[in-house]
Design a protein. Structure first.
Length: 215
């Protein structure tokens, strides 16, 4: 078995959250008198956390005070609308079960707010992650490697036996900074025009991830 731990991103990797993220952003924009965005536009804004999502979605030059007010609007709305259209990608539940049955540890690291990330894990993958962390105070968000290092310490598996699975350039940079092998899924949001090197892989199915991990 090549890897003893797999760390997964959430949005665009294990869960299709685009519809609910778009609805929450557009609700926030409406409340503050700003124009809304399409699904494809919002897809390009995802990956660096809520505050960056709001900054990218708001009109250029929106001041920090307004962005802070938008954050409160967004957080209040999304906390009660985070699983309206969200759904797991095909094969992910089976993948997590298979990894667990094979003795592989499974962790989740997301730039989504910690409470929302944990709630969605409990809703869609109960008992299938050994550890799940979202964005928290005091821990720099991805692509900073701090969250990865924290997971490695908590689970007790070294970087050289860990695979990071994501869908974006942010995920790839996170893996590189943490010294992890990386698999980018092609069903996510931000996998276009990314150049892979070394032990970095593009995968088109959960079966390919299984083969990578258990080889």
């Amino acid at each position: 078995m090549r890897y003893g731990l797999v760390i997964f991103d959430m949005d665009g990797t294990v869960l299709d959250t685009l519809g609910d993220l778009t609805a929450a952003l557009n609700h926030t924009l409406r409340e503050h008198g700003f124009p809304e965005h399409t699904l494809d536009e919002v897809k390009s804004y995802i990956g660096n956390g809520v505050k960056m999502l709001l900054k990218r979605g708001a009109p250029e030059g929106t001041d920090d005070k307004t962005l802070a007010e938008m954050y409160k609007t967004y957080a209040e709305y999304y906390s009660s609308h985070l699983d309206i259209s969200t759904k797991p990608y095909d094969g992910v539940e089976g993948l997590l079960k298979m990894l667990g049955e094979s003795g592989v540890k499974r962790a989740l690291l997301s730039n989504k707010a910690d409470g929302a990330a944990r709630a969605l894990c409990d809703e869609y993958f109960p008992g299938l992650f050994d550890l799940a962390h979202g964005e928290r105070e005091g821990v720099p968000r991805k692509p900073a490697p701090d969250g990865v290092f924290e997971i490695l310490r908590e689970i007790g598996i070294p970087a050289e036996r860990t695979l990071y699975v994501g869908d974006s350039g942010v995920d790839l940079e996170t893996a590189r900074r943490a010294g992890l092998d990386c698999a980018l899924v092609d069903w996510g949001y931000l996998n276009s025009e990314i150049t892979l090197a070394g032990r970095e892989f593009s995968v088109s199915s959960t079966d390919e991830i299984v083969r990578l991990v258990l080889a």
